[in-house]
Design a protein around this ligand. Structure first.
Ligand code: NAP
Length: 316
């Protein structure tokens, strides 16, 4: 057990809805760091719930959303972005007064719009997005240190209670994350370029390679060089989650894709006209970005792109 914090835990009873990679990691981390007294796991999928029981991830396990959230002080929605609204609607009226609802969705404007209208007065909603994950899904994929040293972005609503925001911040800090607040609009723009467009590019490049008629599928697998392999790792990410991300963050993704296409055209021109200086100048700037990410501890400098970090042994 890590060093005990002297501050009282911000929440006693936690309900996690959706025990996939992120939900199961929150449950593991909450127990590992002693962030709450009781953990309730709620999922619609009986196979997921069986795994949660077998792995001992929660104190209570149920497929009954209304009963599961009823006594919770903090409810965290860990379902795909497109499902957050329907889950909020189904639990409306079953939450106890003063409960705080949060989420982990990778898109914030759409989730806030889908969830907030269903919550009764007296229930605080504090949207959140832990910027941490892997390409794996399901309860077996989670681990308690997933959020250690990683950012968790809170996007408080204008009408949100500062005290509820502070408690959610304290929860994330207890499980190892570093918290920053910003508006949902700014979050969606930043994540469009740092996460969503890179995933789209990965899905596209792997799809293009798979469709090439002159190259067989087995050659793509056999001769996959480091660069392509890194794209395949990203392109193996959960199809449902990423479908929802692109549908929910349409405007910001299209804005960033427009810029990306312009820059790609400039690169195409530089290659066509043999402009080595332009290529060299860009590649020098991008190398500095990579070094900056390593310097602030968000990545290792290991030559395998830090793959060893993506799933550390679970100490819990
Ligand atoms: P995941 O491993 O696929 O888990 C999602 C869980 O939610 C599954 O157990 C799924 O059950 C359940 N679920 C789906 N729709 C539901 C519904 N309508 N009602 C109840 N449960 C439902 O996904 P994840 O990677 O943990 O992602 C969960 C959330 O975290 C998403 O909003 C995503 O944007 C966000 N996030 C993901 C990452 C990442 O790297 N993966 C990082 C940060 C944030 P079924 O098996 O029945 O579908």
């Amino acid at each position: 057990m890590p060093e005990a914090d002297t501050a009282p835990a911000p929440f006693r009873r936690l309900a996690v809805v959706g025990l996939g990679l992120i939900g199961s990691s929150i449950a593991r981390a909450a127990r590992h760091y002693g962030a709450v007294e009781t953990i309730v796991a709620i999922d619609r999928d009986a196979t997921v719930l069986d795994r949660v029981r077998a792995l001992g991830l929660a104190d209570e396990v149920t497929d009954d959303l209304a009963a599961g959230v009823a006594q919770a002080d903090l409810v965290i929605l860990c379902v795909p972005v497109g499902a957050a609204g329907e889950v909020a609607k189904a639990m409306a009226g079953h939450l106890k007064p003063g409960a705080v609802v949060s989420d982990v969705g990778s898109v914030k404007v759409a989730v806030a719009a889908a969830v907030a209208p269903h919550l009764d007065p007296g229930i605080d909603f504090v949207p959140a997005h832990p910027v941490a994950g892997t390409e794996y899904s399901g309860p077996d994929a989670g681990f308690s240190t997933l959020f250690s040293g990683r950012w968790c972005i809170l996007t408080p609503l204008p009408e949100g209670e500062p005290e509820a925001v502070a408690r959610v911040q304290a929860f994330w800090e207890t499980i190892g994350a570093i918290v920053e607040c910003m508006t949902p609009e700014h979050h969606d723009l930043v994540l469009a370029i740092t996460s969503h467009v890179p995933h789209l590019i990965a899905y596209n490049i792997v799809g293009t390679a798979a469709d090439l008629e002159e190259v067989t599928q087995s050659e793509v697998i056999k001769f996959s060089a480091g660069g392509f392999r890194d794209f395949t790792r990203i392109a193996a990410s959960d199809p449902t989650m990423w479908r929802d991300v692109f549908l929910a963050n349409k405007d910001a993704v299209l804005e960033m894709l427009g810029r990306f296409n312009e820059d790609l055209s400039a690169l195409q021109r530089a290659i066509r006209w043999g402009d080595g200086d332009a290529l060299h100048a860009l590649f020098t700037r991008t190398r500095a970005i990579r070094r900056g990410i390593v310097a602030v501890g968000q990545e290792t400098a290991e030559p395998d792109f830090g793959r060893g970090r993506t799933r550390e042994p679970d100490p819990s």
